[in-house]
Design a binder for this molecule. Sequence first.
Ligand code: T4K
Length: 402
Amino acid sequence: MSDSRVAVHDFALFGAAPAFESILPVGQLYFPSWERYEAAFRGIFERRVYSGHGPLARELEARLAEFFRVKHVICVTNATIGLIMAAEALELHGRVIVPAFTFIASPQSLTWAGLEPRFCDVDPISHHVTPALVEPLIDKDVSAILAVNLWGGACDVGGLQVLADRRGVKLFYDSAHAFGCRVGDTPLASFGSLEVFSFHATKVFSSAEGGCICTNDDALAARLRRLRGSSGSGTTERAARSADAPMSEAQAAIGLMSLEDFPAIVARNKALFDVYRTGLAAVPGLRLLEAQNVSATNYQYLVCELDEPAFGLSRDGLLQVLKAENVLARRYFYPGAHRCVPYVDALPQYVHALPETDRLCGRLIQLPVGALVSDHDATRVCELIAAAQRFSREIGARLSPT
Ligand code: T4K
């Protein structure tokens, strides 16, 4: 069905059946075949090793080190704990510059580590922090920059390193969205002092829950392994504070399968991007974001920026239309971290100080990609969006205020 054949009464919002019988989510949701699961989990059962940096966790670390072309990979329970461990292992103090346009885990990891986030605005085109935005925020109280690589793109990693070296602060990355991306020939993983990746089920590389920290610094890697817990640290020396955050064998088993399938997963998501690019090209007021500053992306998130006057509906209005059709589009990130608890109360100076972050939080929409989405589904989502734009007046009158 082309969008010109979608009539206003075909929308679920006007009483029609939803376009999709089951929910179409935004995340990857990697599920290998049952036979592969069974084989992988039979090994765990036979070895009777669930955790404690077991053989599968060790194998995943070794394979990831090869994949990332980095010296040390430290697998952990999830990226949030990885970020907390990173802040601790880097021996930071005082304030750390971090974008507010990120998932709340980025600044919260700093708070957990006893640090104060100094929120930075982002570039309107790339959505990343830039050296020009960061530099004015560096003062004697700032010990580091936690930059965030978003949407399968990257920050200006070269420019940020030059700035960090010149101003004598540390630089590390939240690369939760950046698995498999490259800058020039170099995979994201070895920039700054370290990078942290998320292997959450919604991510393009998944161990169901999980994450890792990558670094080329031997001493830092040793500190991180001690912080993770005694198993796998290679030493009997204990950290003053242990996160006790090893990756379980079950997580590693899924991670190993996901790594094997990663090229096919990326190729599949790229094909979906192509469908969306074509299907949305002529829709007024909707711009599909291409990955920034990378030579290879992972097609992890399909992000569109919606211009309300040109589209005719607000971003939240379009979300309501799609939700009624069982399309669970999302508004990452909303609100900006500076407007979330605890920062909205504890650091009120940022509430009105980050105009670009606020603008993006009101305009971005993530559309479904990943294992549960077919080309036909993506085409249908595009048709619905195009028709929603054409019938924006009628839909606007029908929508409940958000
Ligand atoms: N830094 C950044 C920049 C991040 O984006 C994140 C996480 C982190 C750090 C921290 O990483 P982790 O500590 O999580 O490793 C998600 C994810 O929970 C989170 O990983 C992600 N970023 C964040 C942006 O979004 P939700 O609340 O949107 O996801 P959730 O659980 O609602 O799932 C999305 C959809 O998928 C739902 O419709 C349900 C469906 N789903 C989900 C799971 C997990 C399933 O059908 N099955 C499943 O197993 O937070």
